[in-house]
Design a protein around this ligand. Structure first.
Ligand code: ATP
Ligand code: MG
Length: 217
């Protein structure tokens, strides 16, 4: 299975959640290979720091910016999952990734109109790929950095608005909340599955539920 985490917008949390999805899958015993298609190389920097600090496990890491389709298909033959981190912009790399993925996950902060505004054009691109060159592509929007304040209604409003309209992509029910554990884990070259404090317990629980909902674990 080829899983792509991408968006037309930068800074929505792709690389942070890529690392968490990766670690969740490894803990479930999946054979996962990493494919970085964003030349910002956030994943490589994280891995380099782990290697320097000798934090196990090591990863099967590849980067590719041109023949992405062929590379992903080749890696998929020998692994359960190819996990792709794509650039946070409308780009040829992103389109190539979409053409080969089985599952596309896009993140958005539902409280940030600047992020929500980029979804329309991205959804058009995804729908075009689904109806022309990659008929099997499943696509979900995941709400990230949601406020933990129960009085906040933005996420529920966004969820209802998107899922009531068939022209949009489906929004996953399970949210990822705004938690400092995400930043702290990355800063320590860890995932929230390895970073131990109360907040990362909650972050792990949310991710487990999300990945089960998306049918990945
Ligand atoms: N659920 C979360 N809670 C708190 N902070 C988060 C969460 N998800 C991501 N972040 C923070 O958001 C910032 C952007 O994250 P990240 O670099 O992973 O985004 P990105 O989409 O990969 O960006 P780019 O498009 O530049 O590659 C980081 O500071 C990260 O710690
Ligand atoms: Mg990134």
């Amino acid at each position: 299975m080829i899983i792509l985490i991408g968006s037309h917008k930068g800074g929505v949390g792709k690389s942070t959640q890529f690392i968490n999805v990766l670690m969740c899958l490894l803990l479930k015993g999946k054979k996962v290979v990493l494919l970085e298609c964003d030349d910002q190389r956030s994943i490589k920097m994280w891995i380099d720091e782990r290697r320097e600090k000798k934090i196990p496990p090591d990863f099967d890491y590849h980067e590719c910016y041109t023949n992405i389709r062929e590379t992903a298909l080749r890696l998929a033959k020998k692994n359960n999952i190819v996990l792709i981190d794509a650039p946070g912009r409308k780009s040829p790399e992103f389109r190539k990734c979409l053409s080969v993925a089985d599952l596309f996950i896009s993140l958005v902060d539902p409280t940030a109109q600047i992020e929500v505004n980029t979804l329309g054009e991205m959804v058009v691109d995804v729908k075009w790929v689904q109806s022309s060159i990659n008929l099997g592509l499943k696509a979900f929007i995941v709400m990230n950095r949601c406020p933990t304040d129960p009085r906040d209604r933005d996420a529920s409003t966004f969820y209802k608005m998107m899922n009531d309209d068939k022209d949009w992509l489906r929004v996953a029910h399970q949210r990822i909340y705004q938690r400092t554990a995400h930043k702290r884990a990355y800063n320590n070259a860890l995932s929230v599955y390895e970073y131990n404090d109360k907040l990362s317990n909650k972050a792990r629980g949310e991710l487990d539920l999300l990945l089960a909902e998306l049918g990945i674990i």
